[in-house]
Structure formats: C-alpha cells, structure tokens
Design a protein around this ligand. Structure first.
Ligand code: CMP
Length: 146
C-alpha cells in the first residue's frame, strides 16, 4: 500500500503564509515528498484539474479563483502507506467550519472556497492529478531512511 497522492496549497493559504505549516504536517507525519513546485496555474490547467466538477454551479467561480494569480499555488506529491485516505483525514472536509480541530482545514481554513488545501479524493483522482501537474522527470526517486 505504498501510494502517491496529489496535494495543492491553495492561493488563500499561500497568501496567508501557511505553505510550511501545511507541507510540514506531511513531513512530520513521516511521509515522503516526491515532487513539489510553486505555480501560477493557467485557467486551462485548473479546468482540467476540476473537470469532474464542470456541471456544478460553483465551477466558474472556483476556476476563476484558483487561476486568478492573486497568489500562486504550491503543488506537491506525497508518497507513503495509505496516503490517499490518511491525506484526506489530515485535510478535513470541504467546509472548514465542519472540519475537526487538528485537521488542516479545521485549523487554517477560511471558507468552502478558501479552504487552504486540495487533496486527491481517491485512487482514480490521484492517478489523473499527479500526471496532470507533474512530468515524470519532476518526480524524485529517493529512499526515505529516516
Ligand atoms: P477541493 O477539495 O479543491 O475540491 C473542489 C473545490 O470546490 C473544493 O475543494 C472547494 O474549495 C470548492 N468549492 C467552492 N464552492 C463549493 C461548494 N458549494 N461545494 C463544494 N465545493 C465547493
């Protein structure tokens, strides 16, 4: 069950200086970061990323916000046992107000839109999101020995 999952610190959290706080939680938990980059995503990339939400009423606002360039995002890939499920548990639910204290959104989220972080919602999501954001040569092959 060595899995990989895709995560992204959203513009609101970059704006509030929470990049190290958020990524640090995965490091402290012993997970291995295998890719990471700061990017101002294009509208096209965000639309592709949220493709399954195209029919939702908030799709337009979501895409506009995520690709506004008001602040960049920090995209990263984490590898380790059960990371897809554990990552979702670490993040909390969509609405920060419904996320438990101790979760990333419960501790740092502002609103449903400005909820600090995105994480893959399952095996399929991770499998499509990782190659959408990272090329093969942007993913590091290294052994975590500590
Ligand atoms: P995320 O995990 O990135 O996946 C889709 C995002 O849509 C979600 O987090 C929210 O930030 C955003 N979103 C905006 N409005 C809504 C809404 N009404 N319901 C669910 N998600 C929403």
């Amino acid at each position: 069950n060595q899995e990989r999952s895709f995560f992204m610190v959203k513009p609101d959290a970059v704006q509030r200086g929470l990049v190290s706080e958020i990524i640090g939680r995965f490091e402290k938990r012993g997970y291995k970061i295998v890719a990471m980059k700061m990017v101002t995503p294009s509208r096209e990339l965000i639309e592709a990323h949220y493709d399954d939400l195209r029919s939702r009423p908030f799709f337009e606002g979501l895409c506009k916000y995520m690709s506004s360039g008001e602040a960049p995002v920090v995209a990263f890939v984490v590898e380790g046992k059960g990371i897809i499920k554990v990552g979702r548990d670490m993040i909390g639910v969509t609405d920060p107000l419904k996320s438990a204290p101790g979760t990333i959104r419960g501790d740092t989220g502002v609103s449903i839109g400005m909820n600090s972080i995105h994480g893959s919602d399952g095996v399929e999501g991770a499998a499509s999101e990782i190659p959408l954001w990272f090329s093969q040569d942007e993913i590091a092959n290294w052994n975590k020995t500590a």
